[in-house]
Design a protein around this ligand. Sequence first.
Ligand code: BGC
Length: 750
Amino acid sequence: MRIALLKLLVPILLIPSLAYNQSADPNPSIEKSIDSILGKMSLTEKIGQASQRGTSSRVKILPEELKQAVREGRVGSVLNVLDRNNVDELQRIAIKESPHGIPILFGRDVIHGYKTIFPIPLGQAATWNPGIVERGAAIAAEEASTNGIRWTFAPMLDISRDPRWGRIAESAGEDPYLASVLGRAYVKGFQGDDMSAPNKIAACAKHFVGYGAAEGGRDYNSVMLSENTLRDTYLKPFKAAIDAGIATVMTSFNDINGVPASGNKFILKTILRGEWNFKGFVVSDWNSITEMIAHGYCADAKEAAFRAANAGLDMEMTSTSYENNLRELIKEGRFTEAQLNDMVRNILRIKFKLGLFKSPYVDRSRDEKLLSKQHLADAKEAAVESMVLLKNKNDILPLSKNNKIDLIGPLANAPHEQMGTWIFDGKDADAITPLTSLQAALGKKLVFTPGLANSRDRRDTGFKEAIAAAMKADVILFFGGEESILSGEAHSRADISLPGAQEQLIKALKKTGRPIVLIILAGRPITLGNILDDVDAIVMGWHPGTMAGPAITDLLLGNASPSGRLPVTWPKAVGQIPIYYNHFNTGRPATAKTFVQLDSIPVGAWQSSLGNASHYLDLGFEPQYPFGYGLQYTSFDYSNIMVSNAVVSMNGSVEVSATISNSGKRAGTEIVQFYVQDLVGDVVRPVRELKGFKRITLEPGQKQEVKFSLTAADLSFHNQAMKEVTEPGKFKVWIGKNASEGLEAAFELK
Ligand code: BGC
């Protein structure tokens, strides 16, 4: 009560909702051209612009039916036409034979590379390096556009707090700040400053919204989110991408609090168009409009079309409810041609911005760019930076080049698997495996005995040979994890430990007494409880892409230093999920002091909860590895945290700094992280929130002061009245290595 009264007396900063928004910037000449075309288009053509046809990537010959539909102006976009001759043929029909020559927009899932495959997005997030993410997206755009693809369905900006969910692999992880920084980088990389450049493509922020909060981590599952959590966590990266000028947004498959995203007026109209003033277009996910029938939200396709179009969904992917029903809905007066015009306007605007009216055909002059030396070098750098060193007992890494190595495990020589999910265009033959690179570096000192044929292999027939070779080696390198098909869409797992007989093989190898370095290639964090103590070092490599081999080899041999940091909290066991660092405190926060271990409870103990806190009796309250965690080959010390002013005014700012020094023997890169806690709020605030980070590289003995600054706007959140506010009060800040540690200081906002 006292706090509530106080709050009435002190100023609260209301945050205006509209930041600079490139896509909101209307270009008068484009708008004029759109009006002029719209004035001539028939209803069929308008509905056609709102229809996207899908073909299978394997289709080699264009179906006659598709060509005819394009000819009649019934298709606005096509996904998955790959052959550039087919792209040009369809485009020629659209330009020369359709009623008003409106070009087709060709789309494709170019998620983490086209031919040159970068690490999966979760791996790229582990770089904490927007520069390398932007370069990866620019390379993807450069390569994909050589085949006529001018629109990618990326980046996926779904906050992911559940590693059971297979699509965590496609995400930037659990944190809204990191995902926003990287989201902006993806947009810049794909679209550049001017999307009409022939080597740029339109990006698509997906999946709007809440898809990553699928209950139980089961793909497509329902999502229950409070509006506060939706706004302060899940919407944040989308808003960042829209402010960066992203061209398109894709709705998600899930329902949010009972209303499927593809028919959800609140998210599409109120927020996306109303509050954010988004001027690009919204596409459904694959059949997600007609799936509203299975959801139990619409009785039939006509109703689904009505709900989606009325909610502001501009283009339908693959299903044909718009094509079959919008005309009738308009005739019945339930939907208006003016509404349809708005949808078409949004779509044409992006086609104009892409320069498709001027240069509709494939630019064939840039073929040498595919898998160019520079692209491969950048992909290698991204892979090196994505790898997270989780354990390094007795500094076994980096390896000495004189060691005799036994290379084991199902993923040491699996070119397809190292590339990860959503690889339609990357070729196995272009991927360099760890076996190839390590062999080139170590020659005869390396023996390869895989032990298991693939990550799910349960047979122990290869164990004997692997163990015999291990006995003759100084070190075992075990490449384990998951094949790429075990993560990604529709590939959720309830048990996220190493699949197949990998744990058994590691246990058998442990008996040889040789040190084991486990390199995990996987689309998600893997629970390690059963084997954690059996291995000496662990490197999380995610699915690193084309250049996995050279990147891992450089890292293991010390030619490069590990600098990746976890973009997600790593659980000890599935039972801890959801587990994320920026949770609320509860009324009984868990602490080491209050933790009661299962075995310490006397048998027949009297029923009592007093003294206990929010923890698990068996696993406690801490993760295996916290968000932001990662070791390196050197050590960094933090000292001297300083806050520029202990009292900060609402329109002022505060600087927080600390000195970081390299106290080890090698050069290394540290990702210095800056966290904040708002101690009291109108709604409870997270125990920590990331508000900044900086990558610094220091030579041994070198030190550097690192500074972060905050304004009131950086501390905003949505209150009970759903207003975005910054409240006065006390704040804690940390500068540290990860979300569980750091130097602490404080300030007060008045
Ligand atoms: C996925 C989208 C993807 C689309 C087109 C859907 O199944 O959810 O992320 O962009 O297919 O391939």
